[in-house]
Design a protein around this ligand. Sequence first.
Ligand SMILES: [Zn+2]
Ligand SMILES: [Zn+2]
Length: 329
Amino acid sequence: MNARRNGLSVTRAPFRTAAALVGVLVAFAGLSAQPAGRFRVTLLGTGSPPPKIDQFGPATLVEAGSTTLLFDTGRGTIQRLTQLGKRYADVNAVFLTHLHSDHVVGLPDFWLTGWLFTGIAALTQAGAPQPRALSLFGPMGTESLAAHLEQAFAFDVGMRISDDRIGRDGGRIAVTELREEGVVYDEGGVRVTLFDVDHRPIVPAFGYRIDYAGRSVALSGDTRFSENLIKRASGVDLLVHEVAVRTGETQETSRMLAHHTLPDQAGIVFTRTAPKLAVYSHVDMSPDVTHERLIEMTRQTYKGPLVVGVDLMSFDVGETITVHEPPAR
Ligand SMILES: [Zn+2]
Ligand SMILES: [Zn+2]
């Protein structure tokens, strides 16, 4: 059974987030191989700073044709990528939205563990790719972050090269600092466009729009309600947006909430951008708020298709958007 309504079809494995999907029928399918040319977004981590076992740090994988891009490297990025059956070597480039620790704390693990196992595979498996420098795009400060990581892990990098004989190119991070809005990546038919969001006083803070084969995805990064995001993400097929909600607190009383987007504000963003599907990721809720309640709060200002993201949920962006529940863990 497979259902379609308003350009959205949903396939799902175990029925774990029933109320997260609204206005759609659901059916079983699970993650399956897709034909070449697919445009798939996978939420590797949907969390934020609180250390949770079922919600790793922010990281979103975008596969478009033969290109694989990663946005943010929160806690557990390499674990989730591995759970997905993907290799570090498959990732062509990493983009950071901003330098808050929850978005980058998984970077050294992603880089060093990824490099190590890429190197071992290259030594032991015929045809396995050689390690190469990690291609990292990010805001001002990314160069310094990478240089200090290289310095901090210089002992390990040296030993991996001299002792484990791992290809040395992978022991480096090649940084491109991004300074202004516009197209920042355009290869293999995949175009990435940077836009500013409003996460003040954290400046710069970026959102990204990814265009491929006439389809489009926008990632909000961390932001409070942003008119610029509405402008840049208007009409995208899939909009992945952050949200924060704490019962008993308001944006006036909470410094954390004041940097982020409340559900009713996110609803306005969704209504005005009108994506085929709106998805919450970087979901920061107090423990007493359920997904059902989060959706209810969003419904004050938005009536369209909406999903509360969970780790390893994925979305195929085509004429319709297909939602895949995460495989059972
Ligand atoms: Zn964050
Ligand atoms: Zn942040």
